[in-house]
Ligand binder design. Structure first.
Ligand SMILES: [Zn+2]
Length: 308
């Protein structure tokens, strides 16, 4: 067995205005860091509209398509922009995640990492926000349940920002356990512990400004790992944002590469116990290019070791 890397050059066609942290160079930083890694490399296909429509309404899909400018930028809000090529990038991101699920479910690879952008975890049912257009990981979860017939999927989001979009898209579905660690207070402002969802399948673990790896590991160990263990997921999806790194300019959590390795190990342990090792991880945030590259490599190296 082995680890897949899914990406596509179209993910670099989504351009943001000068100075925007969610920049094209992020993708290059990740791919450069993975350049000599032994991975099953697969070009991400374009998603089908039906994939996106698993979580977003047709009117929203049309709004995104029609908003793409012929030149320059269109803005959904002060953070969330489209350039020529943005829709293709977002379709590749979803296509990567869905294909990664297919590859892992088929036993073609043990696990997979999707190096894609734009990120997805802030996109709500009918709202683009926080650099995100489509709820990529939520779509992958619904695909695993509805296309592959799984009964339980867990999503773990360790991006430093709350995955409000993923929560919005999956909290009504008791087949999905959504667990998020995030700095609070911080954008987008949601993710308090009392937000547990209609089926008690939402687990929010806020981190204070200045939290370090010891704090993070303690909270994950007590608040998230036992919940996943009890839920017995048949597949674990990861929203892998690396902006909780201490070098990241957008937040104040102080994780280092070893902390990302640690949580990846723990999630692989749980996947081994309940899911035949099946893990699919998708890039979300991470805005210090050097820290992003090192962190993504550390994360993927654990997937490789565990998937070997
Ligand atoms: Zn983030």
């Amino acid at each position: 067995m082995s680890t897949a890397l899914l990406t596509h050059p179209d993910c670099a066609r989504h351009e943001t205005p000068p100075g925007h942290p969610e920049q094209v160079a992020r993708l290059a930083a990740v791919l450069d860091a993975l350049a000599d890694a032994d991975l099953v490399r697969r070009a991400a296909p374009l998603a089908a509209d039906d994939d996106i429509l698993r979580v977003h309404p047709p009117g929203y899909l049309n709004t995104v398509k029609e908003a793409e400018p012929e030149e320059g930028w269109a803005a959904f809000d002060g953070d969330t922009f489209l350039s020529p090529g943005s829709v293709a990038a977002a379709y590749r991101a979803v296509g990567a995640a869905v294909t990664a699920v297919d590859m892992v479910m088929a036993g073609e690879v043990a696990n997979a990492f999707c190096a894609v952008r734009p990120p997805g975890h802030h996109a709500e049912h009918g709202t683009a926000m926080g650099f995100c257009l489509f709820g990529t990981v939520a779509i992958a979860a619904k695909h695993a349940l509805d296309h592959h017939g799984l009964s339980r999927v867990a999503i773990v989001d360790f991006d430093v920002h709350h995955g409000n979009g993923t929560q919005d898209l999956v909290e009504a579905d008791g087949r999905i356990l959504f667990c998020s660690t995030h700095q609070m207070p911080l954008y987008p402002g949601t993710g308090a512990r009392h937000e547990t969802g209609a089926h008690n399948t939402v687990v929010n673990i806020p981190l204070g400004n200045g939290s370090d790896g010891r704090d993070f590991r303690a909270l994950v160990t007590t608040g998230i790992l036992p919940r996943i263990d009890a839920f017995q997921p048949e597949l674990i999806l990861i929203s892998a944002g690396f902006d909780a790194h201490r070098d990241d300019p957008l937040a104040g959590v102080e994780l280092v590469e070893a902390d990302f390795e640690w949580i990846t190990e723990r999630l692989c342990d749980l996947a081994d116990t309940h899911a035949g090792g099946k893990v699919v991880s998708c890039l979300e945030g991470g805005y210090d290019l050097a820290a992003l590259g090192r962190s993504a490599r550390a994360h993927v190296d654990v997937l490789r070791e565990r998937g070997a």
